[in-house]
Design a protein around this ligand. Structure first.
Ligand code: NAP
Length: 289
């Protein structure tokens, strides 16, 4: 069996161009300049990299950026007050607060300070609640699961009526993905697995579509995959290669499923590039409300 590679680079570039045109039109027809506030508490190098790259992507497609960096010593009260000010600013349509926050801060209180209508990362309990009530009611979809669904759609795959297994139940990937896939319109029959799932291999082997989001390098091998299944790998793990250099691998052992799965996303180059594109799409949606 030939395994089709599902690649995110081209699709994400296409979405970025669509959003660029939408942002331009919003400005020329309604006089609205889309603007995102990127909020970060200093100290986490990974957050720094993510913020810089989100900023670059936004500016590239005409979205204005308000950058707010706070010192690592900031208190919850001051950060909450600052986010409330940004939330009330009518020129800001979207707020992205880099998570995780340093451990001395109360993350739940900070998240609740983000206006739900500007919560483009879909982390506010109000937006998570709308999502849980059924995807059709949601205002925003979390960017990574949104990217996964969009990638499959643009490749012409439908999960409707199919057996789907999602590995991993985190609030930013696995759980929202399971909700989105099972909601009306997507119509998959979804099993959500986690570290306590018994007989994981045979549960996974029942899947027509298998989604892996557990953060365990090359955990999913051919033994987990039904012949002809579609495998989507959300995992992004840095491991030390034989040459002493770090390399990026997924939760799926891609080589072991080649010739067995009908299609699969590689890491890197599969799901990864989609997250940023969907963030831009969410920012545009917030600006056009
Ligand atoms: P997470 O919060 O650590 O959650 C991991 C989930 O996997 C948990 O639900 C855990 O179960 C489950 N799990 C762990 N080991 C397992 C095992 N042996 N068998 C079955 N389930 C197991 O991770 P996350 O934030 O969702 O991220 C998952 C992966 O996606 C990571 O590699 C991350 O880097 C990647 N990621 C990629 C993107 C992207 O843009 N491409 C975005 C976000 C995340 P319990 O709940 O029982 O502990």
């Amino acid at each position: 069996m030939t395994t089709q590679k599902i690649l995110g680079n081209e699709v994400s570039a296409q979405i970025m161009e669509e959003v660029r045109l939408d942002v331009e039109k919003l400005k020329s027809e309604r006089g609205v300049q889309a603007q995102v506030a990127l909020v970060m508490v200093e100290g986490d190098p990974a957050s720094q990299v993510y913020l810089e790259s989100a900023k670059k992507s936004a500016l590239k497609i005409g979205i204005a950026v308000l950058e707010r960096r706070f010192p690592a010593t900031i208190t919850t009260e001051t950060l909450v007050a600052s986010i409330k000010v940004i939330s009330a600013d009518e020129s800001v349509h979207a707020i992205l607060c880099q998570l995780p926050l340093p451990s001395h801060l109360d993350e739940a209180k900070v998240i609740e300070a983000i206006a739900p209508s500007k919560d483009v990362d879909c982390v506010h309990p109000y937006n998570q609640g709308l999502l849980a009530m059924g995807g059709e009611k949601a205002r925003f979809f979390p960017c990574t699961p949104f990217g996964v669904c969009e990638l499959l759609k643009r490749y012409g795959y439908s999960v409707s009526g199919k057996q789907v297994v999602v590995l991993g139940r985190s609030s930013i990937v696995g759980r929202p993905l399971s909700i989105m896939l099972s909601t009306k319109g997507s119509d998959a029959t979804v099993t959500l697995c986690h570290s306590r799932t018994q007989d994981l291999q045979s549960v996974c082997r029942s899947a027509d579509f298998l989604f892996a989001a557990i953060g365990k390098p090359k955990f999913v091998t051919r033994d987990f995959v039904k012949e002809g299944a579609v495998v989507v790998d959300v995992g992004t793990n840095r491991i030390l290669g034989d040459d002493g250099k770090y390399l990026l691998v997924g939760d799926v052992d891609f080589q072991s499923i080649v010739g067995h799965a009908s299609a699969a996303t590689p890491v890197p180059g599969g799901v990864g590039p989609m997250t940023r594109a969907m963030l831009m799409k969410n920012i545009f949606s917030a600006a056009s409300l």
